[in-house]
Structure formats: C-alpha cells, structure tokens
Ligand binder design. Structure first.
Ligand code: UD1
Length: 422
C-alpha cells in the first residue's frame, strides 16, 4: 500500500489550481443515466470515487470514457436489467455515494435491486430519508438481504416530500427521480449545498423543470424525456478550504485559482477571525499568514454553516494555535478518527460525545500515522506539513478518493512530500 512521507516545516507559497468538486461530479455522472443522448462533463477531478462511478455507468450499459479532466458518456438504453448483485456490491461497498444510482434507475426502470452501502468510518449513515422520499412518489420499497428492492408499477407521481433532515444525498436522489415523475414534487427542508445547485443546473440543461435549488424548498415539475448536455463542474470548496488551512498552518502565502469565494464564506470568516489575511477576487482567493493565529471554536452545520468536511482540518489547525478552542460536530456522530492520530504528533486534545476540546501546543513532532477516512487523512497531512521532523502517513487510498494530485500540488507550493509505492 502506498504511503506519503513528509518532512514538515516548510512554509507553503505560490499558486494552486483547485480541481472540480468531487461531490458535484458524482451526482452529475449519475444524472447521465437519465438520458440516452451523449453528454460531456468537464473540470472532472482525477479521483478514485470518480473512477468508481465511471465503472458503475459502464456496468449499467453506458459507455463512459474519461480523457484527462473530461468525461464523455455515450448513448445506450441497454441498461442491464439482470442485476449482477455481486459485482454491483463490490462497487457499492467502495463508495457511499453509490446510493445515488437508485434515483435515476427508479425513474427509468421502476423495478430495481441495489445493494445498500451500509455504514462507514464516519458513522452509521442510514438511507431512510432517501427511501421515505421514493415511497412518497409511489415506489414500493423493501430491503431484503442487504439490498434495496424497488417497484413502481406505473410512472412515479410527483408529491410533497418533507425531509426530517436536509440530507445532501437524499435531496440529490429525489431530484434524480422527480425530474421524470408525473406532476409536481415539492421538497421541503431540502439541502442547500452548492453541489445541489450544480446538479439542478445540469438537470435543467437536460430539460428538467426545477426551481428553488440552493434554498430549503425545491419544486420539480416532471417532464417526459431528458436530453444530453455539456457542463463544467464547479470547483471543490473542500479542497480549497484544505489549501487555505495549509497556508495558515505553515505560516505561508497561497493563492487559490479557479474557486468560487462565496462557497467558502463560513470557512473564510473563521480564518479571518483567527487572524489569517484573506483577499477574495472573482475566481481566486489569496491567503497569507501575517501574525500568530487566535483560537476559534467551530460548530459544523449544513450549508451555509461551517462544513463537516472541513472539521478535521480545522481541528489540526487549532491544535497549533495558542489557547483553548472547541469543535462541535453536528452532522455525523462519529467523525473523530483523526483525534487519536493527532495525539501522536503531540496534540493536547480530548473528545466528549460530539465535542472536542483543544489546548493549543507550540509545535508538533513528526509521527507515523494511519488514515481512516478521507478528511481525517487531510487533517493528518496538514499535521505532517507543520510538524518538526519526518511524518509517515499510511492507508492513503482514503485520500485518493477525494484529493486530486495532492502531493503534486503540495510539492509545487514548496512542501517536502513524496509518495512511496508499497
Ligand atoms: C454528503 C457529502 C459528504 C458530506 C455530507 C454532509 C457527497 C458525495 N458526500 O454526504 O462529503 O460530508 O454530504 O455535508 O456529496 N442521514 C440519515 N438518513 C438518510 C441520509 C442521511 O440519517 O437517509 C444522516 C447521515 O447519517 C448524516 C447526516 O444525515 O449523519 C448527513 O448526511 P447527508 O447529508 O445525507 O450526507 P451524504 O449525502 O451522505
């Protein structure tokens, strides 16, 4: 298994181009199942989760071809109706977002069977909100042998759907179904994340009639048919936040190119309050360490609140800021696997339920650490960049799921970092 070796202590300086958003790319790729016409998607990041989704599409009878940061998906309505559950199960286990295959297939095929993704390292992550919404549209749903089986005799019928929590995945899944249902679907308490807006934008390009995406109430008027599209995926706000924190933690100066600054408002507000100099322009953000940072507590919240996907990276930063800070994780019940690993660097940190208490230390010492989920991995890379002495980060396949060219980008900014193939 590959490892990353870091010799910490270098201040990061220079420009970094932010890649396309992982969390936008995946639902948009699943949306291609809604049409038989060709589609072209650009600004695709090179990530294992994207490759897994391409495998999914090809497995379902599509022809998806990735050329650099472009994916073309060609026409075929030859969906595989005899589900090879074993093969599908292998893909589903790799990636929780594979649950998004249900929405488009239910809309087009009505009768499907898809293995459940199950829990993962950051919590139980049930799919009840997704399934309840499909039922509201008229689908019969049962779970047998770890597999979701759906049946809808006729075309699904639009209906009001009220989410008990604004789940990102459930909002996407119901959009991917409701666009081809008969009549009007109103999603109340929908997720407002920018990735939802990007998906709705794509679906509207395909001929869907969606209004309100990006707000808590989304209205979908079903249509009979959807068409091909071309689309450039929005920038990855989580990758961008990670590089800003890298600038802050290494006392550096980094310009992020190809970003949408307002998607990062909650993170930028906290970084500014902490003392980092930040200047935003149309598609770029300049971040510079100018003085010792001040502790800033955070609470993770749904968008536009502070993102749970930046909680681990923020925790690492606060571990090296003099004073006390507090982290409250409100989205996932068990997203703290980085904490024991940060303690190996010398962090003074403890967890109590959903609260993390931190007392900043002056420095970290390099360590040998293991990644157990994607963003925890980013937190450990940041720790290694700031630590004195060598750090070895193992099980980096988690990072390959969500960070495009991580070592290459960090090296270009001046980090002493290499990947060792093992
Ligand atoms: C998406 C993102 C992930 C991000 C998360 C929250 C993708 C591919 N992943 O994940 O990076 O961390 O949003 O911003 O876009 N829940 C239920 N029942 C459900 C669905 C969710 O209880 O049916 C719970 C989950 O267990 C979790 C919370 O709701 O505690 C948030 O989950 P959700 O918004 O659905 O996240 P994902 O779509 O899985």
């Amino acid at each position: 298994m590959d490892k990353i070796l870091i010799r910490g202590g270098n201040s990061l300086r220079g420009e970094v181009i932010i890649s396309g958003s992982k969390n936008s790319t995946l639902p948009i790729l699943f949306a291609t199942l809604l049409t038989d016409e060709p589609t072209v998607i650009t600004n695709i990041p090179s990530l294992d989760d994207v490759d897994t989704t391409v495998l999914f599409l090809n497995f379902m009878g599509k022809k998806a071809v990735k050329k650099g940061n472009i994916i073309e998906v060609y026409c075929s309505d030859n969906y595989d109706k005899e589900y090879k559950h074993v093969a599908l199960h292998k893909l589903v286990r790799k990636m929780r977002a594979s649950i998004l295959i249900i929405g488009p297939l239910l809309a087009r095929l009505r009768r499907i069977g898809v293995p459940l993704p199950g829990g993962c390292a950051i919590g139980a992550r049930p799919v009840d909100i997704h399934l309840e919404a499909f039922r509201k549209l008229g689908a019969e749903i049962s779970i047998e042998d770890g597999c979701v089986r759906t049946f809808a005799g006729n075309r699904l019928k639009g209906a009001p759907v009220n989410f008990r929590f604004p789940s990102v995945g459930a909002t996407e899944n119901i959009l991917l179904t409701a666009v081809l249902a008969e009549g009007k679907t109103t999603i109340i308490n929908a997720a407002c994340e920018p990735e939802i807006e990007d998906l709705a934008f794509v679906l509207n390009k395909m001929g869907a009639k969606i209004t309100g995406a990006g707000t808590k109430k989304i209205v979908v008027e079903g249509v009979d048919k959807l068409h091909g599209f071309e689309h450039e995926v929005i920038p990855d706000r989580i990758e961008a936040a990670t590089y800003m924190i890298a600038a802050a933690i290494t006392k550096g100066e980094v310009t992020l190119k190809k970003v949408i600054p307002h998607h990062l408002k909650s993170v930028n507000d906290k970084l500014r309050k902490s003392g980092l100099y930040i200047k935003e322009s149309k598609n770029a953000i300049y971040a510079k360490w100018v003085k010792n940072l001040k502790p800033q507590s955070i609470k993770t919240e749904v968008y536009p609140g502070f993102p749970t996907d930046v909680q681990a990276q923020w925790t690492t930063l606060m571990c090296l800021v003099d004073g006390r800070s507090r982290i409250e994780e409100n989205i996932f019940e068990n997203r703290f696997s980085h904490i024991t690993q940060l303690q190996k660097f010398g962090a003074d940190i403890s967890v109590n339920g959903k609260i993390v208490n931190i007392k900043g230390v002056e420095r970290f010492s390099g360590s040998a650490v293991t990644v157990s989920d994607l963003r925890a991995g980013a937190a450990l890379i940041l720790a290694g960049l700031a630590a004195r002495g060598p750090t070895t980060v193992s099980k980096i396949y988690h990072l390959d799921r969500g960070y495009d060219m991580l070592e290459r980008k960090l090296k270009k900014l001046g980090a002493d970092i290499i990947r060792v193939h093992g």
